[in-house]
Design a protein around this ligand. Structure first.
Ligand SMILES: [Mg+2]
Length: 330
């Protein structure tokens, strides 16, 4: 829809707080041929007709009801003091412990620029304590690329699984491939994501070795969500028989090979030894694979208040760190 009111709306979305930018866009609009002005105005008028006060009120009430129902969807239990104590006890008693810790949204909060969500000193301290604990195997498990994690954690010799399970590094060794994956689908999907970047100011593509991610944290929130839903539909119709899947993360939509996920990776590691305490914690949809695939005896924890297969949930990253501190006291 070149030159339409739709496009003008989008132009205004570039930065709602930048009045100069908006004024420029409006100036452009005033110098527009009359026919164009009429067509743009008609579009807006039609929208106003459709989206009247009744429709708006209905949508508002529906959204309110949905929020209320979110509470009912829980099957996980909030991590109470008592539960924490019990878990702490089994941790202390265990002979061989295995910990899977997601990074973004779990150990650290989100940042507008993912590269800036780097680990702080307190986190390094905490992880190193766990890493050096006897009979404890620690794994950072993330969808991130190996370059970033290599830079942050390789010098610390933490065990890592990155890109959802494609690469693994143990004891500070270089990354090895954990799962053989193909990447030929990427040339088909990349242009689609690019077209969404063009039409969604503030969004961008992150390219990893075997996955493509569309980030929309910096977009106008409502607009970003709408575009994400749209992209989801487009991608699902495209992937068809390819062995790839679409993951909806926190303000990120990721397309990757289906035979790679955190659950599969975690189960593989678990099978390498006789672990009697297995723990997994994470905040988004990609962590659900772990929660589902690890055995019933595993302690699984979701960060945040979303529907989950995890046994327990904690509210935020601050609580995660408190929980892990508890482990360091073993
Ligand atoms: Mg996460």
């Amino acid at each position: 829809m070149a030159g339409s009111a739709y496009e003008m709306n989008e132009a205004l979305l570039i930065n709602p707080n930048n009045f100069e930018e908006q004024a420029d866009t409006l100036k452009m609009a005033f110098h527009m041929p009359e026919q164009e002005q009429v067509s743009r105005n008609t579009f807006l008028q039609n929208r106003l007709e459709r989206y009247n006060v009744e429709v708006w009120a209905n949508e508002f009430m529906n959204a309110l009801n949905e929020k209320r129902d979110v509470g009912k969807a829980f099957i996980s239990e909030k991590m109470s003091k008592e539960i924490l104590n019990n878990i702490g006890d089994s941790y202390n008693k265990a002979q061989k412990r295995l910990l899977f810790l997601d990074y973004d949204g779990t150990l650290v909060g989100f940042h507008k620029d993912p590269q800036k969500a780097s680990p702080d000193e307190e986190l390094y301290e905490l992880l190193s304590q766990l890493q050096h604990q006897e009979n404890t195997t620690l794994f950072l498990i993330s969808g991130r690329d190996k370059q970033t994690f290599g830079k942050w954690f390789l010098p610390k010799k933490y065990n890592m699984i990155v890109e959802h399970g494609v690469w693994i590094s143990k004891d500070g060794e270089e990354f090895k491939m954990l799962e053989q994956v193909k990447g030929d689908w990427m040339n088909k999907i990349r242009p689609v994501l690019e077209s969404f970047v063009d039409r969604t100011p503030g969004s961008f593509i992150e390219e990893k070795n075997y996955s493509l991610a569309w980030h929309y944290r910096n977009t106008d929130p409502d607009f970003g969500e709408k575009r994400a839903t749209e992209l989801n539909t487009v991608l699902r119709s495209l992937i068809g028989n390819d062995d790839i899947s679409v993951l909806n993360g926190n303000k990120v939509m990721e397309v990757k090979s289906s035979n790679v996920n955190k659950g599969r990776a975690a189960v593989r590691i678990m099978a390498e030894d006789d672990f009697d305490f297995v723990f997994a914690i994470g905040d988004d949809w990609t962590d659900e694979f772990m929660f589902q695939e690890l055995p019933e005896s595993a302690v699984t924890v979701k960060v945040g208040l979303k529907k989950t297969h995890a046994k327990y949930h904690v509210e935020n990253t601050k609580r995660v760190r408190e929980l892990l501190k508890r482990f360091t006291q073993a």
